[in-house]
Design a binder for this molecule. Structure first.
Ligand code: FAD
Ligand code: EPU
Length: 350
């Protein structure tokens, strides 16, 4: 059913979600609300059919696992406007609507001569979702460039502009991720430099630039190198359903890492964000447990990257979740390390 309305939204009943999640699992939304103009949110959320119902925002569904039908209403943002809202001598402020494509924003910013986002090229998903887990890749996290996040605060019933300092960004974490039912992100403002020092230290970037013949690389060359690396390493969700890394890399105290390094001398260790911490590779832990490339029914682990849970066709969200739990169990039994999912699991407890 479509509720006809002159208002800047549409409300569908019993909407299929298979094309709205990159695992391509089947699920149905009782209600699907599409908002073209976020200013209409208070009015739309008061519609009798959905008022007081649970609400789940979905962008491209590239970081969710729908283990069952989400209860209540699914909300999608259609505002895709991207603009430079302030020019300064050495930087500019770019503002983008929640519904814009993240990768399109990265490429557009580079075309405008702005830099900073090049290492974050080709991350799937929407602009509105980028601050949720502080998306990161190749040594850069989006939080570094966030000027402010514009939200609708459901607890206060108000639109707010939250400066970066209060967004609580961390590794795959933010204030928004910690309070998932409170904030609806309607737009993001980014502070992007005209010139900045390129980050080339992540494994593979320099080699890829050399292979491209980019001796004096600029930010667009780095974006292309990252795109090439990502295309080689990660399965394309349009071909093989997945949500990127299914587990976060575990961050542990140095003492525990020391003990593990003694037992497993080949184990890779990366610096943590805080002193006294280190980060392990969840992919390595999973590969050591023998899961890489394995498949149970249509649920499996990518043969190209041990951190990527994949749907070979008709796996249900519950089957993918069951496999992920078994993987985490074997890692805990072998290494005494707890690994946790990166995507939000909907309709089941991890
Ligand atoms: P969704 O999956 O739709 O939603 C994710 C979460 O954000 C949900 O909790 C949802 O409710 C919430 N949310 C979404 N939009 C809003 C909003 N406007 N307001 C409030 N809450 C909202 N991530 C990385 O960090 N680095 C990577 O390198 C990376 N690589 C990936 C590679 C592949 C092949 C895939 C499939 C995924 C990858 N990801 C990566 C994960 C994913 O792309 C990001 O987390 C992305 O930001 C998710 O965007 P989305 O629009 O699909 O969000
Ligand atoms: N490795 C293995 N087996 C594999 C793959 C990797 O042992 O099959 C080991 C190798 O030692 C390798 C190390 O893991 O050196 C790191 O691998 P990679 O560079 O691919 O990074 P990652 O830790 O697996 C993280 C992010 C990715 C991001 C890349 C690049 C997390 C959870 N994942 O992956 O983000 O694109 O770094 O920066 O932090 C995502 O969040 O969805 C995602 C894809």
């Amino acid at each position: 059913m479509t509720v006809p309305s002159a208002a800047p939204w549409t409300l569908l009943e019993h909407a299929p979600l298979q094309s709205l999640n990159t695992f391509h699992v089947q699920a149905t939304a009782r209600w699907l609300l599409h908002i073209a103009d976020p200013q209409a949110l208070p009015q739309a959320l008061a519609l009798p059919a959905i008022a007081d119902q649970p609400l789940l925002v979905l962008g491209s569904g590239s970081n969710v696992l729908l283990a069952s039908d989400p209860p209540g209403c699914v909300l999608c943002f259609g505002n895709r406007d991207i603009a430079i809202v302030a020019h300064h001598a050495d930087h500019a402020i770019l503002r983008a609507g929640a519904g814009a494509s993240w990768h399109a924003l990265v490429m557009w910013s580079l075309q405008q001569g702005l830099s900073g986002l090049e290492n974050l090229a080709l991350i799937p998903g929407t602009v509105g979702a980028a601050p949720i887990q502080n998306i990161g890749a190749y040594g850069v996290q989006v939080g570094e460039f966030v000027q402010a996040v514009e939200v609708y605060d459901r607890d206060l019933g108000q639109f707010l502009r939250l400066d970066r300092e209060v967004c609580g960004f961390g590794y795959r974490d933010s204030r928004f991720k910690r309070e998932p039912d409170r904030y609806l992100i309607v737009a993001v403002e980014l502070r992007l430099p005209l010139l900045h020092e390129l980050r080339l230290d992540y494994a593979g970037i320099r080699d890829e630039l050399a292979a491209m013949g980019a001796d004096m690389p600029g930010a667009p060359d780095v974006a292309q190198a990252v795109i090439n690396l990502r295309r080689r390493k990660l399965p394309d969700p349009d071909v093989l359903g997945n949500a990127g890394s299914f587990f976060k890399n575990p961050v542990l105290p140095q003492e525990q890492i020391g003990v593990l390094c003694h037992q497993f001398p080949d184990m890779p260790v990366f610096p943590g964000e805080h002193e006294g911490q280190g980060k392990l590779s969840a992919a390595w832990l999973i590969e050591q447990c023998g899961w890489k490339g394995l498949r149970e029914g249509d649920a499996g682990i990518s043969a190209d990257h041990a951190l990527v849970l994949v749907n070979h066709g008709h796996a249900s969200g519950a089957e993918l979740l069951a496999l992920a739990r078994r993987i985490a169990d074997t890692v805990r039994e072998r290494f005494a390390v707890i690994i946790e999912p990166e995507p939000r699991v909907i309709g089941a407890h991890w």
